[in-house]
Write a protein that binds this ligand. Structure first.
Ligand SMILES: [Zn+2]
Length: 508
């Protein structure tokens, strides 16, 4: 009896304690937004975004009516026109295209392969992007395995045997610690393989095996890089079959025919830009964006039709709310992301003199799932300001903030400028199947999730643009370099020749 009573007392005390904490937390969370005066606007934007959005319609048009949008292609140019028109209809101001040139244009023509011996079997392959061709009509060749985890050793010991062979990249042993650094090494391997006369390479981005059932995944093999040797992605099932034959000591011969076309020189393309001018500090800029270009095995709905349509949906919600931000919100649809963040790199170059006035970039490019986190791009100093804001977004699911850096999308060039390149991280478990594959189609999009993501992007952008205090200014180069060294991002940036900081950041 006594024991029970004691237990009850403890439970009661604990419960009360919890309630008290919960109340305090509620007051803290809402107080943060109310105190800075942004709450009425944010509520109106949330209402527009959740109850009257056309983001799903935008994405339907982009996916089905325009289709795949490889940078520099006629379809990508059509998407640029579509983006300009869309921004004008939404009522954005200063709508214009910002031209830039991609180093070389590339068109996929065809890719086919089959096992000749030991067992005839048609193989599922697609070419990677910005790679070359086999001779017309294809070639018959023997398959030789290359361990993608030990490229240095393979190059040193086995490249003498690669002339006339198809190289099958396998992954054996312990994965290298730095996968991005190994990806950089993959490019050197492709150059050497071509030099010694290999006819083709089987292996996706960095030699990775395809994800999913009978899917291939195309993609670039570096930042602004092209390779003369044909490189293909093969379905995991077919690759496993090749590996089983080789494992049993059988000699495998293929017929492989890969045809692609490069342009002779650079090709014109453009980012699409439109603004909501700031009322008090129009010179201060918050960039909001996604990438308009895509790969071409499907229609690029998840990569990155999502980010394109959330960006337009965010613009729509803010315009229709009737509230105007203190600072300028600049909506940007980048091209050239898939070839190595080239459109956002061009943006930073074009606006070099204006970068000191930039406050942040808010990018969505992590697939079809709900936003779960704001990766603040190394700017840990901003978390104390951002935490109370994201806590307020709980109606949109659990969203947190951290200082992670994301260099896999257009946040990268802004992070290099010392700015918060904010990556809206998403919970998209199916993205590893849809991105760069032939199932990246409009049917993979959930309208409610899209509307929610567009609304979150709008709220993040507007809050930063309208809060009384400027959230961030660019860090000096030395400080940015030091942050990147601490996060070990300098390793792959140097390997890809993207490190502009020289020896900065080495000593603390
Ligand atoms: Zn993307």
């Amino acid at each position: 009896m006594k024991r029970l009573f004691v237990l009850f007392a403890v439970v009661a005390a604990t419960s009360f304690f919890c309630v008290a904490i919960a109340l305090a937390a509620t007051q803290n969370n809402s107080a943060a937004a109310l105190n800075d005066g942004t709450m009425p606007a944010l509520s109106a934007i949330a209402g527009q975004g959740m109850m009257d959005s056309h983001a799903y319609q935008f994405l339907g048009e982009l996916s089905d009516d325009i289709g795949a949008r490889v940078t520099g292609s006629p379809q990508c140019n059509a998407a640029v026109q579509w983006g300009l028109q869309g921004m004008r209809v939404l009522g954005l101001q200063n709508v214009h295209a910002e031209p830039w040139q991609i180093f070389r244009g590339w068109t996929r023509i065809s890719a086919a392969a089959a096992i000749i011996s030991p067992t005839p079997h048609k193989l599922m392959i697609d070419s990677m992007g910005w790679v070359g061709s086999t001779p017309q009509g294809g070639v018959d060749a023997e398959v030789v395995p290359v361990n993608g985890y030990q490229l240095d050793q393979e190059l040193a010991q086995n490249s003498g045997n690669w002339n006339g062979k198809v190289l099958l990249v396998v992954q054996k042993g312990t994965p290298p610690e730095d996968s991005m650094a190994n990806f950089a090494k993959f490019g050197l391997f492709l150059i050497k393989a071509h030099d010694v006369g290999a006819v083709a390479v089987i292996g996706g981005q960095g030699g990775a095996k395809s994800e999913g059932m009978h899917l291939t995944h195309t993609g670039a093999l570096g930042f602004a890089t092209s390779y003369d040797i044909p490189v293909v992605s093969m379905s995991a099932e077919d690759q496993d079959l090749l590996e089983r034959f080789l494992h049993r000591g059988k000699s495998v011969r293929l017929h492989i025919d890969v045809q692609n076309r490069f342009t002779d020189g650079p090709v014109d393309t453009a980012n699409v830009v439109g603004e909501i001018p700031g009322t008090e500090h129009p010179e201060q800029i918050i960039v909001v964006g996604g990438h308009l270009d895509s790969w071409d095995l499907s229609e690029g709905s998840t990569d990155n039709g999502m980010g394109t349509s959330t960006t337009l949906g965010a613009a729509e919600a803010i315009v229709r709310s009737g509230f105007k931000p203190r600072r300028t919100i600049r909506f940007v649809l980048f091209t050239g992301e898939e070839e190595g963040l080239l459109g956002s790199i061009a943006y930073v170059k074009t606006h070099k003199d204006e970068m000191k006035n930039h406050v942040a970039a808010v990018i969505l490019d992590n697939g079809q799932g709900p936003v779960t986190a704001l990766n603040m791009g190394g700017r840990a100093d901003l978390l104390s300001a951002v935490d109370p804001f994201v806590a307020m977004l709980s109606a949109f699911g659990k969203i947190t903030a951290n200082d992670d850096t994301e260099f896999g999308t257009d946040t990268g060039p802004f992070i290099m400028q010392g700015l918060p390149g904010i990556n809206l991280d998403q919970d998209s478990p199916e993205y590893r199947y849809t991105h760069h594959s032939n199932v990246d189609s409009f049917d993979k999009i959930n309208e409610a999730v899209l509307d929610r993501d567009a609304t979150v992007q709008a709220l993040v952008a507007f809050w930063i643009a309208d809060r009384p205090e400027r959230l961030a200014s660019p860090w000096p180069a030395e400080k940015t370099a030091q942050m990147l060294v601490e996060k070990h991002d300098d390793v792959f940036l140097k390997l890809f020749n993207l490190w502009p900081f020289g020896n900065m950041g080495q000593q603390k």
